[in-house]
Every structure is written in structure tokens, then in C-alpha cells.
Design a binder for this molecule. Structure first.
Ligand SMILES: Cc1cc2nc3c(=O)[nH]c(=O)nc-3n(C[C@H](O)[C@H](O)[C@H](O)COP(=O)(O)O)c2cc1C
Length: 188
């Protein structure tokens, strides 16, 4: 049986750390990853994490230019187990909700929807306009799973990492991957 394999896209929303930590977790677990980083996301990586893009790319098994329409993952025939866009900008959300597949991220996402595979969007914006809210509804109606970058506090987080791990834990929960990234309600 082949290993689990996911497409991970980082887009230009704040909270790029969520995507980087998810990639680190997948690497630790031996989950294969295909990474696409949008051009705006590269700017945010530098600004928020002061990280070199090459270091982020090293966390993935395969990386692609967002303009590469010839990549295997641009086709619905590619056998992956799903896709996570983390963080997901309102622009990328809008493109997915409206079927505007003008780059590899939105094309791969479109393939997930048409092939009925898990597509998880981790949007980050505040406040949300009616346009953002409607696009989330549209994307959810088309089959996407919306997990907003919205950490909880009932697990008594002590560090920023605890907050990040809560969101990543929710993503893994949705994919059916076991983890101990946050303490569940009622768990000792
Ligand atoms: C510092 C910075 C922070 C940003 N934060 C957000 C954000 O949290 N959410 C969002 O939707 N867009 C945010 N943007 C705007 C997006 O980067 C912009 O809309 C971009 O076109 C998104 O393109 P992409 O989806 O292809 O990455 C931010 C931009 C900058 C420069």
C-alpha cells in the first residue's frame, strides 16, 4: 500500500506559520507532500518568519511553480489523498469558489472538487466581508472543508505553538490522521 500523499499550498494570507508547521508534521509522520507556494506567500514567509524559501521547500517531497500547468497534480487523474490550502487568502478562496483556475493552486483545488477528494481551506482574514462569507459558502457547497485559522482556548494553550497546533490538529482530524497536537475536551 502506498503512503498517504497530500498537496499543500501556501498562499499570501497572514499565518504562514500554520502551513510551515503542517509541512513539518507531515515530514515527521512520513506523509508525502507536493508543495505549491504562491508569489505573495513567498513575501509573507520572509516577512513573518524571516525564513528562506529554500528551507520551506526542503520540508516537502515535491515542489512546483504556481504557474506550472504541466505538473502532474494539475490533472484530476493524479492519485493524491487530498489537498490543504493553509493559509488560504480571500483571493484564492474566491478563485476556488468561482471556478477560476488560473494557477496551479486553484487548478489542483478544482481537481479535488471534481474528483470528490478532500479539499481543506484554512482561510485567514478579519473582519470578513459579505463577499468573503459568500465565497466560503460557495466553496463549502462545492465540497470544500473550511477550517478557519481560529484557535480555541479550552485546551489551555501556553505557547503560540499550542495555538498553531490546535488548528493543525483540526486539519488532521478532518483527514482522519491520528495525532496528539492538542488536548481534546474531557481528555486527561
Ligand atoms: C503582510 C500581508 C498580509 C496579508 N494578509 C492577508 C490575510 O490575512 N488574508 C488575505 O486574504 N489576504 C492577505 N493579504 C493579501 C494577499 O496576499 C493578496 O490578496 C494576494 O493577492 C493573495 O494572492 P494568493 O492567494 O495568490 O497568494 C496580505 C498581504 C500582505 C502583504
Amino acid at each position: 500500500m502506498r503512503n498517504l500523499e497530500f498537496i499543500v499550498a501556501l498562499t499570501g494570507a497572514s499565518g504562514i506559520i500554520y502551513g510551515v508547521q503542517l509541512l513539518k508534521y507531515f515530514k515527521k509522520m512520513g506523509v508525502k507532500t507536493h508543495l505549491i507556494i504562491s508569489e505573495p506567500a513567498k513575501v509573507i514567509i520572509k516577512h513573518e518568519l524571516n525564513l528562506n524559501i529554500k528551507e520551506v521547500k526542503k520540508l516537502a517531497d515535491f515542489t512546483y511553480d504556481p504557474r506550472d500547468f504541466t505538473a502532474p497534480i494539475a490533472s484530476g487523474s493524479y492519485r493524491s489523498d487530498g489537498m490543504i490550502i493553509i493559509p488560504c487568502s480571500m483571493k484564492t478562496l474566491s478563485a476556488i469558489a468561482n471556478g477560476y483556475a488560473d494557477n496551479l493552486i486553484t487548478r489542483a483545488a478544482e481537481c479535488m472538487l471534481k474528483e470528490k477528494k478532500p479539499l481543506i481551506l484554512v482561510p485567514r482574514e478579519t473582519p470578513l466581508s459579505i463577499v468573503h462569507l459568500k465565497n466560503m459558502v460557495k466553496a463549502a457547497e462545492a465540497g470544500a472543508i473550511i477550517i478557519p485559522a481560529m484557535p480555541a482556548f479550552y485546551h489551555k494553550p501556553k505557547t503560540i505553538e499550542d495555538l498553531i497546533n490546535f488548528v493543525i490538529g483540526k486539519v488532521l482530524d478532518m483527514l482522519g490522521i491520528q495525532h496528539d497536537l492538542y488536548k481534546r475536551w474531557g481528555e486527561k
